[in-house]
Structure formats: C-alpha cells, structure tokens
Design a protein. Structure first.
Lengths: 234, 46
C-alpha cells in the first residue's frame, strides 16, 4: 500500500478508532512518566529562586499549561478548518475532541497564575492584556463547546463551531505578543528560540519535562475523546 | 535535596498555600477529566 493511500485509510473514523486507542495508551504512559520526572526535578533538584523564594515553583505547571492552552486552540482551529474545507468527518471530530482539554489547560493557566500573582504582585487578578486575552481564550473554548452542544445535527454543529474556532484564532497571537505590545504587569517570555533562557538550567529542565508531559496528556485525552465521539456518532 | 525535612517541604518557604493550591487544583482538574472520559467511553460502548 502506498503512503498516500495509507493516509486516506486512517482518515476514516472506523479505521482510525483502533489506532487512536493504541496511540492513546502509549501517550498516557509517557505523560505519567514525564510528569513524575518533571515533578521530581521541579521540587527536589531545582534550587530556590533568589527573588521569589519557593513561590516560583508554580512555574512548572503554569507555563506549560499556558503553552498548551494556546497550542491546543490552534490545533482545534486547524482541524475545524480542515473539516469545514474538505468536509472530512474525522477532522471535525478531532476539533471537538481537543476543545475540553484546551479549556482545562486554559483554566489551569489562569488559576495557577492567580495563585502566583497574589504573592508576587499583591493581587490575584489584574485587567492586564495578558490575563484578559487568556480569559477571552477560555470563553472561546467554552463558547465553541456550548455552540456545538446546542445544535442537534452534528454536521451543522461542526460547521458552526468551525467558524467560531477560526475567527477566534486571532486571539492566540494577541495572547502571545501581549507582553511586548502592551505595558503589562505580566512578565515577558522567559524562554525563547532566539536567546538563552533567563533561568537556571535545572528550572528549565523541570519546566520542559512538565511541558512534554502535558503535551502527551493532551494527545492521549483528545484521542480517548475522539474514540467516544466516533462511537456516539456511529 | 533542597529541603531540611518534610515539614519544610510542605511549608514551601511560607508560600505553601499558593504552591499547593496550584498543584492541587491542577491535579483535581486532570483527575476529573480522566474520570469524565472513562465514564463517556463506558456509556458510548454500552
């Protein structure tokens, strides 16, 4: 079988179902192992921060959760757009499967941010550009899920949700660049591709391990959910 | 090892409420999602 035919073979929900199960199992295990390693490094290897003391240890979940919240929205909008353009059922199902996990990581980013903001800024919440645009991201995820839940015909629900997801994707670069475009209380990026990270290497290792764990967790949860959706729509 | 003992570990240098409040809610959110996913899978297969 040629590579091109294989690609379309797995675009069918029925043939994708067992593959998604196998991939999800591997990702659950990988996520658990990486999270254990990340938490070990984060709590027992990484040193106390000179400025923030132990409060900084929230970083090991806050930053990975915030990354996932933005990344998963782009993934959701991508699958929704593919489903809308090519009318492929599985693509739209993937978009619906990613949304709750994306909403969860957005909530985690906001929650841990509030608990980090209180000891460092003196406030749980400020109407700063970064925080406000991240809150809008949560509403976009919830709006997408509510809109799809409100429409009985799944194909129509897919199309309506796709439009919302695609329009909302403009918010992602706003979140990402908010700290440079506006004068925000939220600090700028600590990690970037163009310069050396502004933190101890063990801190960075712990954060990257947790980011990988969240990444695999998101894949596992989305694949497990798309299997449910395939069964429900069959 | 950066801690003098378990009580020091749980205290998190006085930031225990903020650090453990973050980790507890994150853990609870993930546990809830897994719970709902398993229930949905059971119901979908039934």
């Amino acid at each position: 079988m040629s590579a091109a035919i294989k690609w379309f073979w797995f675009a069918s929900p029925q043939t994708f179902f067992p593959l998604a199960g196998t991939l999800a199992r591997a990702c659950w295990i990988g996520a658990a192992l990486l999270a254990a390693a990340g938490l070990y490094v984060g709590f027992f290897v990484a040193p106390t921060d000179a400025q923030q003391g132990e409060a900084y240890r929230i970083i090991f979940i806050h930053v990975p959760a915030a990354w996932m919240s933005m990344f998963l929205y782009v993934v959701m909008a991508f699958w929704a757009a593919i489903g809308l353009a090519f009318n492929t059922r599985l693509s739209s199902m993937m978009a619906s499967a990613v949304a709750p996990t994306g909403a969860l990581f957005t909530f985690i980013a906001l929650w841990t941010g509030a608990l980090w903001g209180r000891p460092t800024w003196g406030a749980y919440w400020v109407w700063d550009a970064r925080l406000t645009s991240e809150l809008i991201l949560l509403f976009l995820y919830l709006g997408f899920m509510a809109l799809q839940a409100a429409i009985d015909d799944p194909r129509r629900a897919d199309r309506a949700g796709a439009l919302l997801a695609i329009v909302g994707v403009v918010n992602v670069p706003i979140i990402y660049y908010s700290v440079t475009w506006w004068n925000t209380l939220h600090q700028g990026a600590s990690v970037s591709l163009t310069r050396a990270p502004s933190m101890a290497s063990t801190m960075l290792t712990g954060m990257l391990l947790m980011a990988l764990a969240f990444w695999l967790y998101s894949i596992a949860a989305s694949l497990a959910r798309v299997r449910c959706i395939i069964l429900e729509r069959a | 090892m950066t801690w003098g003992g378990w009580s020091e570990f749980w205290a998190m240098g006085g930031y225990g409420f903020y650090v453990w409040g973050s980790y507890a809610v994150t853990g609870a959110g993930i546990a809830l999602e897994i719970h709902f996913l398993r229930r949905r899978a059971r119901e979908a297969k039934a």
